[in-house]
Design a protein around this ligand. Structure first.
Ligand SMILES: [Zn+2]
Ligand SMILES: [Zn+2]
Length: 275
């Protein structure tokens, strides 16, 4: 199984760190996790067409994780996708996708009629909403989904991917969360989000201490993520979803290493990890 970090950023714009998105793949299966800003460009960089994605899993419906959903769908049609999209997401995903598809309905119909292609299957979208805990099988990859704590976001999920006796855990967006420590036990790779303490400065009225505190409060601080990784007993810790996107890498490594006991991998866009 291979994990490709497609976007390791957050809502802030940074050309080196696109919006959150990851690809989990085997020779048979391609599963996209989230579709943040720039996802189709990153897929294109690794020669993966939107036409070939087997399923899209959404961790939650924060805009940074779903903002390129329509671009993903329309560009897959342009890439001759001939099968429906299968999208798994939290409660609310069905209505969310229906609204997005409706917003573009007239434009899409005009395009379909004018450009005339052999298939419009790419616009058939099968949406399945998560319960609190469950299993999915997509080709040769088994997935367990579980809830994480990203309050005030009501529904947010993390995932375990299993293939060939290997396990990958993806935290999604979460504050320090018991379910990660429980379901992430003995993962070969734990991909975890991080909020880096001390890197965002209070600047003006738009960035007060209170707003900074609120952002930190629904993510996992750099002073805690290593402790969580240690408790899960994961073999490798890969960090992603950096808030902010620019930070002192050595300092972050040192803080996390002290807690985890090993060096974490500081994720970068397009980094591939074999599992
Ligand atoms: Zn996010
Ligand atoms: Zn979020």
């Amino acid at each position: 199984m291979e994990l490709t970090l497609l976007g390791t950023g957050c809502p802030s714009v940074d050309y080196r760190r696109f919006g959150p998105s990851n690809l989990v793949s085997t020779k048979k299966a391609k599963i996209l996790v989230d579709c943040g800003s720039g996802v189709t460009q990153r897929l294109n960089q690794i020669n993966i067409s939107g036409a070939s994605i087997d399923a899209l899993l959404l961790t939650h419906l924060h805009s940074d994780h779903v903002v390129d959903l329509y671009q993903l769908i329309i560009s897959s049609w342009h890439s001759y996708r001939i099968k429906p999209w299968i999208i798994y997401g939290p409660p609310g995903t069905k209505i969310f996708i229906k609204k997005i598809m409706n917003a573009w309905k007239k434009e899409r119909e005009q395009r379909i009629n004018y450009e005339v292609r052999s298939s419009i299957k790419a616009f058939d979208i099968i949406v399945k909403e998560f319960k609190s805990l469950g299993n999915i099988k997509i080709k040769d990859i088994k997935i367990t989904y579980f809830t994480v704590d990203h309050k005030p976001v009501k529904y947010a999920y993390g995932f375990n991917f299993y293939y060939n006796k290997k396990k990958l855990t993806i935290s999604g967006d979460t504050k320090p969360c018991e379910n990660i420590m429980k379901f992430g036990q003995n993962a070969d790779v734990l991909l975890h989000e991080v909020f880096i303490d001390g890197e965002i400065k209070e600047t003006n009225k738009m960035r007060t201490n209170k707003t900074l505190h609120n952002v930190r409060d629904y993510h996992t601080p750099s002073t805690i993520v290593g402790k969580i990784a240690k408790i899960t007993n994961c073999k490798k810790l890969v960090l992603t979803h950096f808030v902010p996107t620019k930070f002192n890498e050595n300092k972050l490594m040192k803080i996390v290493r002290n807690d985890f006991g090993k060096n974490p991998i500081v994720g970068k866009d397009l980094l591939k990890i074999q599992i």
